[in-house]
Ligand binder design. Structure first.
Ligand SMILES: *Cc1c(COP(=O)(O)O)cnc(C)c1O
Length: 420
């Protein structure tokens, strides 16, 4: 459920016509709906109301300060994967006591900053990292709370690039090594073992892999208890899928119904790291058609947004629905076409072999479901300034990130003396 719909023949975000936003900030641009973000967060939060829980929004999905502030005000924490994300989360007012830090390659400086901020815990991905965290914690005279990220070896049946919990994955610690690693971690002076973490992948459209993973984790928690290692936090990660096209993913309530019974008598606090399911369908990217090019075997519409603005189609062959902002334009004759950007790569496309109504130059197209893993993956490739982000709240629009300028493109670059 989201608040992007046609009214009076044109696409609106809540009570604001997309065309009005474009008049103000130009194209391409990202538009987020505050009411949709709120609704998604609350649906997730209330689904799990029967178990003690912390939601740590996976901010790699959308890390704009305004979005994070909004989440923090709702009581969300943050799942971070870098020192930069820690910086953003704290700036946005996310309490450190609800920040969890994942990622296979945390650098000593990042570990130190997180310890100084006193985050809830590190989700640790290897034996070497346990020792590194212990060393840094010793050097700053602290004890680091950690969970071990366990690789439960379940197949989430999603795109291989976003599947993270199988044996061949770079993520996590193999389940059969877990006990030894927990014993080792518990023996270290500056480590406080508090949790188990598992995140098996993204865009999951079935609850079964979550349940399979959780059963293995629950068994591990029981085993650890027998060894005198008491687990207080069970982190099931994120990964719930959304509807991009014709997927029918479970609702947060379905997930809660499947897993709450398995955890409610464990005496643990459930930690969850949803990203896509909160932000994905709360945002769109709007682009303008520049040219139509009808080749002998193919028809292209060239638009002003490209892979540097929205990488998902190029990176994962991801499907994003494309809608005309003017509803009437959608009733024209349909043709198979590619929607492509100006970047000089054959892999630069937003849609491939898509049956769409004819698009006239100058018309606006909305790339739907772009609120997660959209702007955050944008780059300056081809020296293209990154596009603005707008947050709509009812009848108001707020520019929450301005379009970059050419000067932004060269910020930090210098031509050394010898070349002058
Ligand atoms: C990416 C990621 C998430 C969020 O995944 P979604 O599919 O966006 O919910 C959560 N936890 C970890 C460790 C991740 O890497």
């Amino acid at each position: 459920m989201n608040y992007f719909e046609y009214r009076h023949g044109e696409l609106y975000c809540e009570d604001v016509p997309v065309s009005r936003i474009v008049k103000e900030v130009g194209t391409p641009c990202y538009i987020y709906s505050h009411a949709t973000l709120l609704r998604h967060f609350r649906a997730y939060d209330s689904a799990f109301s029967s178990v003690p829980h912390v939601i740590a929004f996976a901010m790699k999905a959308n890390s704009n300060l305004a979005v994070l502030r909004m989440m923090a005000r709702e009581g969300s924490g943050a799942d971070i994967v870098s020192g930069g994300e820690l910086f953003r989360a704290l700036k946005a007012g996310v309490p450190a006591s609800k920040i969890v830090f994942a990622g296979v390659g945390k650098a000593p400086d990042e570990i130190r900053e997180a310890l100084k901020a006193d985050i809830l815990m590190f989700n640790v991905e290897s034996s070497a990292e346990i020792r590194a965290i212990n060393d840094v914690a010793a050097s700053v005279g602290k004890k680091a709370r950690i969970a071990l990220r366990i690789n439960p070896d379940v197949d989430p049946k999603t795109h291989p690039y976003i599947s993270t919990g199988m044996k061949k994955s770079k993520f996590g610690i193999a389940a059969d090594r877990a006990l030894d690693e927990y014993k080792m971690a518990s023996s270290l002076g500056h480590i406080d073992v508090v949790g188990v973490h598992a995140h098996i992948g993204s865009q999951l459209t079935d609850v079964t892999p979550f349940v399979d993973s959780l059963k293995k984790i629950v068994a591990l928690i029981e085993t650890l208890k027998g060894q005198g290692i008491n687990i207080r936090y069970l982190n099931i990660g994120g990964g719930l899928g959304i509807t991009y096209g014709d997927e029918k993913p479970p609702l947060p309530q379905d997930l809660a119904d499947a897993i709450s019974p398995l955890v409610k008598d464990l005496g643990v606090t459930l930690v969850m790291e949803p990203g896509r399911v909160i932000a994905g369908n709360a945002g769109i990217m709007v682009t303008k058609a520049l040219y139509e090019k009808v080749g002998e075997t193919k028809r292209f519409v060239i638009v002003d947004a490209a892979m540097n603005d929205l990488l998902r189609p190029s990176l994962y062959s991801a499907y994003h629905e494309i809608r005309p902002v003017n509803e009437e334009a959608g009733r024209r004759a349909k043709h198979q076409m590619d929607i492509v950007g100006p970047v000089c790569e054959s892999g630069d496309f937003l849609a491939k072999d898509r049956l769409l109504a004819t698009v006239e130059p100058g018309e606006l197209l909305a790339v739907m479901s772009a609120g997660a893993y959209g702007f955050v993956m944008a780059s300056n490739y081809n020296s293209r300034p990154r596009v603005p982000e707008v947050l709509v709240d009812g009848r108001d629009m707020h520019v929450i990130r301005v379009r970059e300028t050419y000067d932004d493109l060269i910020k930090g670059e210098t031509i050394p003396e010898f070349l002058q």
